[in-house]
Design a protein. Structure first.
Length: 183
């Protein structure tokens, strides 16, 4: 009687895999089938070129804008001295962004208390600070002006704050003034 119970017990615990060959096939299938299913789902989702609504991010023009050079070179005619800007024009174009409001610690235009110690250092020190930058101000305040134009703007701002600086002269005007003074 115990033999009958034993064979019945063995039959209940048998699985569908009966040979080592079947075991190897089941193990390989358990890895391959999910990988194939994942690849098929990824291809299904990514099938075709679907652009986002209203997006031209991959258009030719958008790509060209993203890969364009950051800087460019402009060659200016050095003989064009007549187009020099006045100190007030340079101030309005470049300096007023910070010096009109006092942004980033810049002394405001006309503030004698803030400009007084700076004016006492002299024109050359003020010009050097303007040309090379100081504190959070970049070189030339981030502008593209000649040294003479920056000097004129420095004198304009300093004189508005009570300074008595002479405006720098253009090189051609300074050269023609020297022979006239010697006569």
């Amino acid at each position: 009687m115990s033999d009958a119970q034993h064979t019945e017990h063995e039959e209940n615990h048998e699985g569908p895999i009966k040979t080592p060959k079947q075991l190897i096939g089941a193990v390989v299938a358990s890895f391959v089938v999910p990988v194939v299913v994942i690849i098929m789902l990824a291809n299904f989702v990514n099938f075709g070129g679907k652009a986002g609504a209203g997006s031209d991010g991959m258009g030719e023009e958008a790509v060209a804008r993203r890969i364009q050079p950051i800087g460019s070179i402009q060659v200016k005619d050095a003989s064009d001295v007549g187009a020099l800007k006045t100190g007030e024009q340079v101030y309005q174009a470049q300096c007023s962004a910070c010096h009109a409001t006092g942004a980033a610690g810049a002394p405001k235009l006309g503030d004698e208390a803030a400009w007084g110690p700076r004016v006492k250092t002299g024109y050359e020190a003020l010009l050097t600070s303007a040309l090379k930058g100081k504190g959070s101000m970049g070189a030339q305040g981030g502008g593209d002006f000649s040294e003479l134009e920056i000097g004129r703007a420095v004198v304009f701002m300093a004189n508005k704050a009570g300074g008595k600086l002479d405006e720098p002269k253009a090189p051609a005007a300074a050269a023609s003034a020297a022979p006239a003074a010697s006569k």
